[in-house]
Unconditional design. Structure first.
Length: 162
C-alpha cells in the first residue's frame, strides 16, 4: 500500500445530524431515493482509500486505519466498503486467493486492471478490443446488454526484477 492520493469524484453533501452528513445515493430496490449517512467511520474509510494507490482488502484497510488510531470496527469497514461498491465509488476485484479487494480508481468509466500478485500494484487499462469481442460474442449467441469483468494478474516490473 502506498501513500499517493488518487483523485476522487466529489459528492455534494447536505448537513445531517450530530457530526454526520447525508449524501444522495442511487434509488433503492423500491425505486425511492435514499441517503447515506456520512459518519466519522465512513470519512475515515473513504479518506484512507484516497491515500492508498493499490487495491486493499477490508482486513488490510482495517489494520491501516487502526495503525493511525481510527476507531472503526472490522464489520463497519466491510459494511462501508460494500456500500461504496454498491454506489460505484470503488472498484472491487477478487485476489488470486478469492478475497475481495477494493480501490478508488482514477477512471470513473468502464475499465480493467493489471494487478501485481506480489505487491498489489494496479494499473488501470482500457481494452477496446475486449469491448468489441464481448459485444460480438454476445450478439453471435443472441445475448443483449452484455457486461464483463477482465482483470489481469502478473508481476509488475519492480517485482519481476527481484
Amino acid at each position: 500500500m502506498s501513500g499517493t492520493p488518487d483523485p476522487t469524484r466529489s459528492t455534494a453533501q447536505a448537513a445531517g445530524p450530530a457530526g454526520s452528513a447525508a449524501a444522495p445515493s442511487a434509488p433503492g430496490s423500491d425505486g425511492r431515493e435514499g441517503t447515506v449517512r456520512v459518519t466519522r467511520q465512513r470519512r475515515a474509510v473513504t479518506g484512507a482509500l484516497e491515500q492508498l494507490d493499490d487495491f486493499v482488502s477490508a482486513q488490510e484497510l482495517y489494520r491501516w486505519l487502526h495503525d493511525r488510531d481510527h476507531r472503526v470496527s472490522l464489520a463497519t469497514v466491510y459494511r462501508i466498503l460494500q456500500s461504496l461498491a454498491d454506489d460505484g465509488d470503488v472498484d472491487v476485484l477478487r485476489s488470486g486467493e478469492g478475497e475481495a479487494i477494493y480501490r478508488r480508481c482514477e477512471v470513473t468509466g468502464h475499465h480493467h486492471h493489471l494487478v501485481c500478485r506480489q505487491c498489489g500494484r494496479a494499473v488501470e487499462i482500457e481494452a477496446p478490443i475486449v469491448e468489441a469481442w464481448t459485444a460480438r460474442i454476445a450478439a453471435e449467441h443472441g445475448f443483449t446488454e452484455p457486461s464483463h469483468t477482465v482483470e489481469i494478474f502478473g508481476l509488475c516490473p519492480d517485482c519481476s526484477r527481484t
